[in-house]
Write a protein that binds this ligand. Structure first.
Ligand code: S3P
Length: 442
């Protein structure tokens, strides 16, 4: 295990940072490009391990990826040209190893299901513990055979695909990964496939499918659920520049909000539907955050945050799908605030890279912060230190990149050095985090 030591208390963070590209958009861009007939172009692909797993998986099923041109930003690849489509795709030879990435695994299951292949997907120890029934269930309803392990239907998974029928599906969990898997399977199914969401999740699958000319529409049903409908489609090639990941930007935004004297601008962040809810929560807490939207078709902004004392707030279940990845870092903001912040509807956190409800609580406890998880409402309450330093200590990242990085931010305003064990997890999503921290803390 690699340790990372943050020497708190740190001085103010100042400057401009460009975080790696958005993982959710990147995984989907690779998959959609593999299905599209012709040559797609993806610029600024993030080069963390999670996205590399999707890149390798689409190569293993026959897509060709060629790097062209130098990277323009640290932590990204330059221009990647991807040739895919019906004429080149084939069954992989051997298992697809999706590493630590739940998104890569779940989306890939949807992609392969309509093909007459037998595909095995596996991953690291953390991914092999994560629930896959959520995608096995709808894919089986569509006609795929899915073999998995034990009651939780964990990986390794074997998908025997082929003819699928469209389904009308209201997932019990608010999950963009489930929606994405079903829609990708629906692209190759007979008849219409519908996914109905009570709480809207990130919209990247449907957005990218629409950009490639798929037959996809969105409407709302009588119960107010957002319905995404897709029918079998041929995809046109994609051309995209991946915007920066809001869940990475959130680390620096919260760091600036909580370390006195800080002022940080995070450039080029994706702030589109179901991704920027953490900014609303921070504003409710009294944060000094300015969002400067950029002209263009994509919702992208430079976001500047400066230190201001924070107040506790409540975050309810309806808000959670729009900020699910930012809960660990919002819990750090809550640890600095005045009063008790209460989150509810966090059940999905238990199915992340770690049981994130438990690991957020233990991470905050390492800093002497009183945080309690309650099973009845899947809630979390955090008693803030009201602007006083946190205690310093030792944190175990539990194979979870977001716990490691949230701990690094918490450690900046604590009263001594903090050691974060298992820092290597950060390489899955944000390998240049430590360099960016050093650049801002100069
Ligand atoms: C993601 C969806 C979310 C999120 C994950 C990425 C995606 O997971 O936590 O980091 O790209 O679809 P769920 O869909 O399981 O909530």
């Amino acid at each position: 295990m690699t340790d990372f030591v943050v020497a708190g208390p740190a001085g103010p963070l100042r400057g401009v940072v460009r975080v790696p590209g958005d993982k959710s958009i990147a995984h989907r861009s690779l998959l959609v490009a593999a299905l599209a007939d012709g040559e797609s172009e993806v610029r600024a692909l993030p080069d963390g391990d999670d996205v590399a797993r999707s890149a390798s998986a689409v190569q293993r099923i026959g897509a060709r990826l060629v790097d062209q041109g130098p990277a323009r930003h640290p932590g990204t690849r330059g221009v990647v040209r991807i040739s895919g489509g019906r004429s080149c795709l084939h069954a992989p030879d051997g298992a697809l190893d999706m590493g630590n990435s739940g998104t890569a695994m779940r989306l890939m299951c949807g992609l392969v299901a309509p093909w007459p292949w037998s595909v095995t997907l596996t991953g690291d120890a953390s991914l092999r513990r994560r629930p896959m029934r959520r995608i096995a269930r709808p894919l089986r309803m569509m006609g795929a055979h899915v073999d998995c392990q034990g009651d939780d239907c964990t990986a390794p998974l074997q998908i025997d695909g082929g003819h699928l029928d469209g389904i009308d599906y209201a997932p019990p969990e608010a999950s963009a990964q489930v929606k994405g898997a079903v829609l990708l399977a629906g692209l190759g199914a007979e008849g219409e496939t519908v996914v109905r969401e009570r709480y809207p999740t990130r919209t990247h699958t449907e957005d990218l499918l629409a950009a490639c000319g798929a037959r996809v529409t969105v409407d709302f049903d009588d119960e107010g659920r957002r319905c995404v409908r897709v029918s079998a489609s041929k995809l046109d090639p994609l051309s995209i520049e991946i915007p920066s990941d809001p869940s990475h930007g959130a680390f620096w935004i919260v760091a600036a909000c909580t370390v006195p004297g800080s002022n940080v601008t995070v450039q080029n962040l994706y702030v589109g539907p179901a991704r920027a809810g953490f900014l609303d929560v921070l504003r409710r807490m009294g944060a000094d955050v300015t969002v400067e939207e950029k002209p263009g078709t994509e919702p992208i902004a430079d976001v500047t945050a400066a230190y201001a004392p924070l107040q506790a707030t409540d975050v309810d279940a309806g808000e959670v799908p729009g900020l699910i990845d930012e809960i660990p870092i919002l819990a750090v903001a809550a640890a600095h605030a005045e009063g008790v912040t209460r989150f509810s509807g966090l059940g999905e956190l238990r199915a992340k890279e770690s049981d994130r409800l438990a690991t957020v609580v233990s991470m905050l406890a390492s800093f002497g912060v009183d945080a309690v998880a309650s099973d009845d409402v899947d809630g979390l309450s955090v008693t803030g230190h009201g602007g006083r330093h946190l205690g310093a200590g030792r944190v175990d990242a539990h194979l979870d990149h977001r716990i490691a990085m949230a701990a690094a931010v918490a450690a900046l305003y604590s009263d001594g050095p903090t050691t974060i064990g298992g820092w290597e997890a950060v390489a899955t999503s944000y390998p240049t985090f430590a360099e960016d921290l050093a650049g801002l803390a100069r």
